[in-house]
Design a protein around this ligand. Sequence first.
Ligand code: PEP
Ligand code: MG
Length: 560
Amino acid sequence: MVAPESRHGIGVSPGTAAGPVVQVAPPVPPPVGEPAPADADAAVAAIRAALESVAVSLEERATGADEHAQQILKATALIARDKGLMKAATKEVGAGTGPANAIAKAVESYAVQFEQLGGYFAERVTDLRDVGARAIAAVLGAPAPGVPSFTVPSVIVAQDLAPADTAVLDRALVVGIITEGGGRTSHTAILAAQMGIPAAVQVPRATDIPTGTVVALDGDSGAVTIEPGQVFLDEQARKRELRIDAFSRATGPGATRDGHPVALLANIGGVDDAERAGGLDLEGVGLFRTEFVFLSAETAPTVEEQTEIYRQVFAPFEGRRVVVRTLDAGADKPLAFADLGEEENPALGRRGLRMSAERPDLLDAQIEALAIAARETTADVRVMAPMVATAEEAAWFARRVHENGLPKAGVMIEVPAAAMRAEHVLGEVEFGSLGTNDLAQYTMAADRMQGELADLLDPWQPAVLDMIAVAAEGAQRAGRPLGVCGESAGEPLLALVLVGLGITSLSMAPSKVPAVRVALSMHNLADCQRLAHAARSAREAGLAIEAVREAANQEFTRIL
Ligand code: PEP
Ligand code: MG
């Protein structure tokens, strides 16, 4: 018998799935040689109606979607109603361009302007093009690009998913997600894990798999098997049962087999996430990305508005830990009200805490609101700054947090400078958390938004592991706890390595917690240290994973 064809990508959301493929419709190109409009007014009216129908359909999808999805969809609808975009399309019609091409040209000229404006606007170019593609389809009477409707549980396949598509996927019908592009820390990856849908990115030629073909997906290893056959599916189902059985037997606080505690925490992006995670078996929140709450806000939220949100986030976690990160605006997470204008290299620019030099008002309002909400809860509220590079920055931030009566200030260790000098940086605060997404980006000088650089961004890269080890040693010398809240914390084998390097807590998408808890429960601390040594001794990332997989408890790797 011929073995079914397998393609390997990167697993970004755990679990296995099988089902028919639904290919996400690619955008319809504007027709070549589209005639000049006979009636310019009618063409302008058709464009206006198309853009309005796009806005309305985005708003309709927002109804009933969760809070985070609503934010994304409403922000995209605003672009469809942008007066400047309509004006640019009208000008094109005036110059004799047909309606579909007029939209395409207006979008492109507008995209150039957005890119020149930089910051928040430049980051909206993907949404702008998404609006353009939908409007072109509408004006041509073609099906809208994006996820079509379907009724059978299916595996969604796309080049990459637009934020607006990922945010509204029906969990009951989407059993898996596969993309040809994207990366470990791309929007699709983070959202899929947050929604608990198994997913793989960077799967070669995924968009060539015909709709309806049955595929099996492993969201841990990133393997996609085409027309797997019953034997394969039975084996996959058996493995799934073993996993579920192992997950149900390991409960409670995270710890190694010999009882070394490692807190297992959730990454969240808002009130809905907090309510979902609050009902789960985990020790609290290790990363609340506050900027996610304000993605579509046009103006800075007031202290009162923020206080109300933080109250709702803390409520499900009475008696448990909640680590709140102050706004990490800029670069890949632009906010309209925190835009400092164009920068050549936004990822190396005034993002995260650096923005506070020019906008201390934003940080002050946020800390004030957190302090008010923290006084009213028994949750153990801790406040952490993103993008800290020096001990002075850490001290400056800690002073502001402490002055507001919040006893626990912390910093993200995600810049190599802070990792190298962790002893001194962490000496200024009560705790640290490694942001391995950015630490990998900055250590390897590889843009995390660039799917093609996924290999360099692999947290198993020896240089990244060394950087983590140096930070963990510094934290130990400073006597401060150091957790991990980047995506690497949710990779079970890597989680073992991190614990072996001295990491004290792991924060991840809640769907990743059960496998990590089981991994810890099947290894002693000394095993983790041995695995860490094996990983760091390897010459390259692939060899490090292999070495750890071989040296780990085989009972565990069997269910991985
Ligand atoms: C990180 O950089 O690893 C991190 C957790 O922060 P973010 O992904 O929000 O930049
Ligand atoms: Mg980061």
